[in-house]
Design a protein around this ligand. Structure first.
Ligand code: FES
Length: 203
């Protein structure tokens, strides 16, 4: 059973205050400070703060990442962890690969062969949903409707939608992702931070 669907799986412990190590880059600190000025209070900045942390910590919101957001926004660890674990786009369950392949298995994609695509991915990668390959390159997830049903069956990798995808496209897709040195998970987090900053500029 994948870690993601274990009922009642215990969360990793929060670091003690004496163990807190701040890892945000200067840019990240400046972005967070800029975002803070556009919200009525620091609590309202938890979501964008978590996106910054997801980028700064390599795509995974470890207890240390959550603690840093809590520290910088003067919130409790429990409050920030509660927000982070509520939303599925924050990666809190385990470290993720450089590329997260999200397979939509909702109705339209299901009707168009999503599970055949998923089976091919599982076979090629040797992992199931919610798992990461040993080399740390790929994580596979099953997701609900991505709101682009006209492109079914659809995959999401980072900030890109790929579809309609065919079984015979899978080998080429994996090869091209493997050859990329950047992390599409980190890139997605960065894009979302930029959107937050832009939307704040407009308001
Ligand atoms: S059902 Fe897959 S995108 Fe809507």
């Amino acid at each position: 059973m994948s870690e993601l669907i274990q009922i009642g799986a215990s969360r990793p412990k929060a670091p003690k205050p004496s163990e807190l190590e701040l890892k945000f880059s200067e840019t990240a600190v400046a972005q967070l400070e800029s975002l803070k000025t556009h919200y009525p209070n620091e609590k309202a900045c938890i979501l964008p703060g978590l996106w910054i942390a997801q980028r700064e910590y390599g795509g995974y919101l470890s207890p240390a990442a959550i603690a840093e957001v809590a520290f910088r926004l003067h919130r409790s660890y429990a409050e920030v962890e509660g927000v982070a674990t509520f939303y599925s786009m924050y990666n809190t369950a385990h470290e993720v690969g450089r590329h997260m392949i999200e397979v939509c298995t909702c109705l339209s994609c299901h009707m168009c062969g999503a599970y055949r695509i998923a089976d091919r991915l599982k076979e090629k990668l040797g992992i199931g949903f919610g798992e990461t390959t040993e080399d740390g390159v790929f994580t596979l997830h099953e997701v609900e409707c991505l709101n682009a049903c006209d492109r079914a069956p659809l995959l999401q990798v980072g900030d890109e939608y790929i579809g309609p995808v065919k079984e015979e496209d899978i080998d080429g897709l994996l090869e091209s992702l493997r050859s990329r040195s950047d992390s599409s998970v980190v890139k997605l987090a960065d894009e979302i931070v930029r959107v937050h900053l832009k939307s704040e500029e407009k308001s």
